[in-house]
Ligand binder design. Structure first.
Ligand SMILES: Cc1cc2nc3c(=O)[nH]c(=O)nc-3n(C[C@H](O)[C@H](O)[C@H](O)COP(=O)(O)OP(=O)(O)OC[C@H]3O[C@@H](n4cnc5c(N)ncnc54)[C@H](O)[C@@H]3O)c2cc1C
Length: 445
């Protein structure tokens, strides 16, 4: 599976843009302290600074080493849940507003890349969501109607035969295409945001984990690994890496690992025969595989829920490679150049939220979909901290529910959830897909 040059634990993206330590010192005070230097924190810093605030960003480790330099680089925004589920959770008006905000969020992030001059291999490739079974495709049909009536996002439906221009496999029952979604190099995207923050003279302090935070009148005394800072306002932007002292957030947003592999460089005609559409590809299965070509078009990058808990990377990579071979059997023995993992910050509503808790502004719970939503809602949290009207968003009207099974700091329930998905949901979905494929073959004859 690997050869002597394979890098295990090292994201493919770091070959071109490895996160780097900053040398800024921690000031004694600031107007807005941002905790966490991923997409959310950097965007919050830019927004608050634009309103005239003296901003400081503190990062527990090396800026970008969280999810923001490790993800799939699939660029898009639409609610993860159906309108009915959103309406049941947050009410019909908020469900409408969440659908309506998908288009503006995508335009905002696209403009942000252009105005900040971020060089991140950005391309409007489109995204194809592949239906694993006939019932998933029926749900896509309903979703397409909702999107068309409740938002200005373009979508198109493809049937089983129609997907062959995008992907050559017999696995899928149809697809939903988002032509305006895109692709980028996530680590270059993060590096571009770091440069935008530095251009504005905002101190960004590495290895300054926030260890304690106390109210001092209307202000906050914040103890970090690099010393104390006094801040008028605080923005928490720690998503899937949130730890104590932020217990309230830990109970509502939990770390769910996502794993990725990169194949060695493959012949162009082989890749063209597997994925001629060059779009971003995601599945509807609960196993949630997502895959794409690398920006230079030379290899396949394949991600998914190899496990819902920590798994040795070699084992996770083997699971991902075998899932990839279910889709493209010719890749069954392909050599992998990289395997890595990162934490998504999952909320029990599968949706992010922007809010204020105990005086702390925050944006988190991106639930695996943050290349657009993290900087977009990070900016909202930055505006919220300084009282700017641009903070307005439907995501302030959602909430982060708790779950009866998540009682402790660590998400122990994921061990049981992993078994449930592996031995029940995955098998049921596969049985249904097999039946659908058999029916489709019968129809052809
Ligand atoms: C493998 C993988 C694939 C993904 N693929 C996609 C994709 O294709 N498309 C998409 O839209 N999204 C994807 N995502 C999700 C996306 O990467 C995230 O939603 C996004 O990066 C979240 O950004 P963030 O700034 O909120 O969090 P992060 O980038 O995780 O940053 C949080 C930071 O907070 C810091 N921190 C934590 N605690 C403290 C503390 N006490 N003091 C100071 N700093 C602290 C951490 O060190 C970390 O750097 C993927 C995620 C993963 C892991």
């Amino acid at each position: 599976m690997f050869n002597g040059e394979s890098k295990i634990g090292h994201p493919y993206w770091w070959e071109q843009a490895r996160p780097t330590v900053t040398s800024d010192e921690l000031p004694a005070r600031c107007d807005v302290l941002v905790i966490g230097a991923g997409y959310t924190g950097l965007s919050a810093a830019i927004a608050a600074q634009a309103c005239g605030a003296r901003v400081v960003v503190v990062e527990a480790g090396v800026p970008g080493e969280g999810a923001s330099s490790r993800n799939g680089g699939m660029f898009g925004a639409h609610p993860r849940l159906s309108w009915d589920k959103l309406a049941a959770l947050f009410g019909p008006d908020t469900a409408d507003a969440l659908f309506a905000e998908a288009g503006p969020a995508l335009s905002w992030a696209t403009r942000f890349i252009a105005t900040e001059g971020i060089d991140c291999d950005f391309q409007t490739t489109g995204r194809i969501q592949l239906a694993w079974s006939g019932s998933h495709h029926a749900a896509q049909r309903r979703l397409a109607t909702t999107i068309q009536t409740k938002s200005d996002v373009d979508v198109a439906l493809l049937d089983r035969a129609g997907i062959s221009a995008d992907i050559v496999t017999d696995r899928y029952a149809g697809a939903l295409v988002f032509p305006d979604h895109g692709a980028l190099h996530p680590a270059k995207y993060h590096r571009g945001m770091m440069r935008a923050v530095k251009r504005r003279g905002v101190p960004l302090v590495s290895h300054a984990r926030v260890e304690a935070l106390t109210r001092a009148g209307t202000r906050f005394e914040v103890d970090t690994a690099k010393g104390r800072i006094l801040a008028d306002k605080v923005v928490l932007a720690t998503n899937g890496y949130t730890t104590r002292p932020f217990g309230w957030h830990m109970k509502r947003v939990f770390p769910l690992p996502s794993y990725m592999i990169a194949t060695q460089s493959l012949p162009p005609d082989m890749l063209a025969a597997l994925a001629p559409g060059r779009r971003m590809m995601v599945e509807t299965r609960a196993r949630h595989s997502y895959f794409r070509l690398s920006p230079d078009g030379t290899r396949l990058l394949f991600g998914g829920r190899a496990s819902m808990r920590d798994l040795p990377l070699a084992q996770a990579a083997a699971r991902l490679r075998s899932t990839m071979a279910e889709i493209w059997p010719s890749l069954k023995d392909v050599t992998l150049s990289h395997a890595w993992t990162g934490n998504t910050g999952y909320s029990f509503a599968h949706m992010p939220h922007v809010g204020v808790q105990d005086g702390l502004c925050f944006a988190m719970g991106f639930s695996g979909s943050g290349t657009v939503m993290a900087p977009y809602l990070g900016a909202k949290a930055g505006y919220l901290a300084v009282g700017d009207v641009r903070a307005d968003t439907a995501y302030a009207r959602t909430h982060l529910p708790r779950h009866v099974l998540h009682l402790f700091d660590r998400p122990h329930f994921l061990t049981a959830a992993d078994l449930w998905y592996r031995y029940w949901v995955d098998r049921a979905e596969n049985r249904q897909a097999r039946r659908d494929r058999a029916r489709a073959t019968q129809k052809q004859h």
